[in-house]
Design a protein around this ligand. Structure first.
Ligand SMILES: Cc1cc2nc3c(=O)[nH]c(=O)nc-3n(C[C@H](O)[C@H](O)[C@H](O)COP(=O)(O)OP(=O)(O)OC[C@H]3O[C@@H](n4cnc5c(N)ncnc54)[C@H](O)[C@@H]3O)c2cc1C
Length: 481
């Protein structure tokens, strides 16, 4: 099939019937459930964008079809840049708040398939499996979620790293059909709207035999027998797009994943029991670099949107001339420009990796992914500081519809250049970004979704060649003049 339409996605999701639990109830049908239907429609719109703009959003595959461009295995720096533009179209659709547009994982599957030898060295079947899975995912244009981290019940060192070995996802047995796994993983964002679950290693395992049952990498359909997703409280609670402009569109949901003797057929297994390769997987296959590309595109879209929001608030409240408002806007501009510069540098310096495909340069992307978790909370703080009590003066759609309240609202809620409804719409958007549960989760997401910031910083130190700089300082100290 190749690149799909929104309708194709929605009808596949409707039929899927994965076991999803929310608020004490099992979800009967995702595409008509109030917590998920709007996000599912937003994802469908992303797929429709591919059909509307095939030249910009898809590429021609070796079998003559057209596939979504995030599945491309770039053959040049230009293809990396083109993929970046495609991802920006999707990121802008979600104003940066839909972190898990399907490109996030598509790029990682494409990178891993290009690095199939990495898997073959563990078992020749695994190399074939990852290539076949890539082709299948690309041909179906699947929407996938992934889960990396085991539960953190205890900080004591267990076999699965910082976790309790009784809770963590682990291998139960190998059978002729495949492997059987049980245990828990957290989290899987977008799981209710996904067709496939990718289970990859993240926690660094100790290189010893007792860690082998936890060393797993595989993919299964979200409706696999024994697989269960437990949702947090939803932020899309059925209110209008005026009331909740973001949650009523982009609630991507986060789930804990429970595996109860789930059978993973051998053809879906990419690694099993290979601790060393599990620990190395993301870096060695370059998948992490391609994922960072998607993440930094999202950072650009998100900081641009927030800068636009802050500027509109300043304009609409006649606050643009105020020095402290300008100072804060300048701070947001520097964040936005820094993200743009990192993205541009990474794409400009894209080069062929050891697997023969082009990857963006890692250092600027690493810089952006280490900076953004620190900068994003400040962007939100600025929206709060520049908006203050106006974030609370936010009557709802129902208030506007009430004839008794309406005259007072129309009289007292207008702004410098805005009628009451337009001004309230602006501040409801700002409230959602800066004060709501949806907004709080976005801050948490930016702090942690790509890994613990302390360990990410540590990886940046490891990945930076500091020796020449140290030598330069030593040489200076030894200078005779
Ligand atoms: C909104 C959201 C969505 C997510 N979606 C996904 C998803 O779709 N798929 C997925 O796989 N994961 C997802 N994650 C999980 C993400 O991968 C993890 O949050 C991240 O890897 C950090 O792990 P953790 O949450 O277990 O934090 P922990 O490792 O428990 O760390 C918590 C805090 O403790 C500190 N800490 C940890 N260890 C030590 C130590 N030894 N000494 C001192 N301090 C320490 C950390 O620095 C951090 O500040 C998501 C997370 C969030 C918040």
């Amino acid at each position: 099939m190749g690149a799909r339409s929104g309708n194709n996605y929605l009808s596949a999701l409707k039929k899927l019937g994965a076991e999803i639990w929310i608020g004490g109830e099992r979800v009967r049908e995702v595409t008509s459930h109030p917590a998920f239907q709007n996000c599912a429609r937003s994802l469908a719109s992303l797929y429709d964008l591919q059909m509307e703009r095939p030249e910009a959003m898809t590429f021609r595959t070796d079998d003559g079809g057209r596939a979504g461009l995030s599945f491309v295995q770039p053959k040049s720096a230009d293809e990396v840049r083109k993929r970046g533009h495609m991802m920006k179209v999707w990121a802008d659709f979600g104003c940066g708040f839909l972190g898990r547009t399907p490109d996030y994982l598509n790029v990682s599957i494409a990178a891993m398939a290009a690095a199939h030898e990495f898997f073959s060295e563990s078992d020749p079947r695994y190399g074939d499996n990852i290539q076949n899975y890539y082709r299948e995912a690309r041909n179906h244009d699947w929407c996938a979620t992934h889960t990396l981290v085991n539960p953190r019940a205890s900080r004591a060192q267990g076999w699965a790293g910082h976790t309790d070995a009784d809770l963590a996802l682990k291998l139960v047995e190998r059978t002729t059909d495949g492997i059987v796994v049980s245990g828990c993983r957290m989290l899987a964002t977008l799981a209710p709207m996904s067709e496939e679950l990718l289970v990859f290693p993240s926690t660094v395992l100790k290189a010893e035999p007792a860690a082998e049952p936890f060393a797993l990498s595989f993919a299964i359909p979200c409706n696999a027998k024994g697989l269960k997703f437990l949702c947090r409280d939803p932020y899309d609670i059925g209110r209008s797009k005026f009331d909740h402009p973001l949650a009523a569109r982009f609630e991507e949901m986060d789930c804990v994943v429970i595996f109860d003797h789930v059978v993973v057929p051998w053809e879906r297994v990419f690694l099993c029991g290979d601790v060393v390769r599990c620990n190395a997987l993301y870096a060695a296959t370059s998948a992490v670099v391609h994922m960072m590309h998607q993440v930094v595109v999202k950072n650009v879209a998100k900081s641009e949107f927030l800068l636009g929001l802050a500027a509109r608030i300043a304009e609409a409240s006649d606050a643009m001339p105020l020095q402290h408002v300008r100072d804060r806007l300048a701070e947001m501009i520097t964040t936005t420009e820094t993200m743009r510069a990192c993205l541009r540098a990474a794409e400009a310096d894209a080069a062929a990796d050891k697997w023969g495909i082009f990857a963006p340069a890692r250092a600027p992307l690493d810089t952006a992914r280490n900076l953004f978790p620190r900068l994003y909370p400040r962007l939100i703080e600025i929206i709060q500081l520049n908006s203050s009590s106006s974030l609370m003066a936010t009557p709802s759609d129902a208030d506007f519809a009430n004839g008794d309240e309406r005259p007072a609202i129309d009289r007292y809620f207008g702004g410098a250049d805005l009628g009451a409804r337009d001004r309230v719409a602006l501040y409801r958007l700002a409230w959602e970004v800066a004060c709501s549960s949806f907004g709080g989760r976005q801050v948490l997401y930016e702090r942690f979704f790509f890994g613990d910031p302390v360990r990410m910083a540590s990886a940046l130190v490891d990945n930076t060649d500091l020796k020449p700089l140290i030598e330069r300082v030593k040489a200076f100290l030894a200078r005779p003049d």
